[in-house]
Structures are given as C-alpha cells and as structure tokens.
Write a protein that binds this ligand. Sequence first.
Ligand code: ATP
Ligand code: MG
Length: 135
Amino acid sequence: MQRTLLIIKPDAVKKKVIGKIISMVEKEFAIRGICMKTLTPEEAKKFYKVHEGKDFYEGLVEFMSSSPSVGVLLEGENAIYRLREIVGATDPKKAKPGTIRSLFGTNIRFNAVHASDSPEAAKYEIPFYFPNWDA
Ligand code: ATP
Ligand code: MG
C-alpha cells in the first residue's frame, strides 16, 4: 500500500471543480485526509524547491500561495504511478483526454492539480498539508 498527495491547485478551487476532481480519485483510491489551506510564500518555495532557479519558479510560487488549495491524501496499490496517470501531462493541451488536467487545466502553469512523482517526493510533500502523517 502506498500513499500519495494530490493538490487541487488554486485555479481549480476558483473554477469550483473540487467535487468533480475528488469524485474522480475517490473511485480509485482510499481518501485518508482532505485539507484546505493557503500555502504561505515560504511554504510554496519549499514545496517546489526542486524547481528553484527555473524560469517558471517565481510565478509558480506566487500562484500556489495566492489563494486556497486542497490537499488530498490518497492511499492504494501503486498509488503514486496510478495517480500520475489519472492526472495527465503537465501541459493540459498534451494531457490525454479524460485526465484531470485535460478536463480542468487551463495552461501549463494553471494546470488544476499536483501529484507526487516518487515515494521520496510523497514523503516530503504530505506533511505540508498533513503534519501528522507520513508516506
Ligand atoms: P506537479 O509537480 O505540479 O504535479 P508536474 O510534475 O507535472 O506537476 P513539474 O515539471 O514538476 O510538473 O512542474 C511543477 C509545476 O510548475 C507544474 O505543475 C506547473 O504548474 C508549473 N510549470 C511547469 N512547467 C512550467 C512552464 N514551462 N511554465 C509555467 N509553469 C510551469
Ligand atoms: Mg512535479
């Protein structure tokens, strides 16, 4: 059994598709937690530390700390890989039809959701929304 973190990003919260996205992942995984919060700029910087220095980093931090997002803690067999499949490619235009990003993303920055991409990433990311859990 594996845990992973889905974040419903501020753009998707504003579009009022929290329920639709949760309903898609609820069919596939056990939901262990849901937490709405606005990341501070410091938290967003830390969360996306791997992208520090890239041209989109500052804009990404500003976006992710601009308004509330929803962390969803999911559990299941091979959950990290399977969630990435359901989420789709980073650029919604390139995401397969039926994936969360193809349905709800706007562009490569405002792409509706985040999903952990490795067990190490899940372990690092889960406590930003669920301080009492680990991966
Ligand atoms: P995430 O980590 O959010 O699940 P990802 O793993 O598919 O997405 P990353 O390469 O890790 O993609 O990029 C992190 C986030 O940074 C993207 O989800 C997107 O919001 C933003 N981003 C990535 N590339 C660009 C870009 N070229 N221009 C603007 N924003 C970008
Ligand atoms: Mg990533």
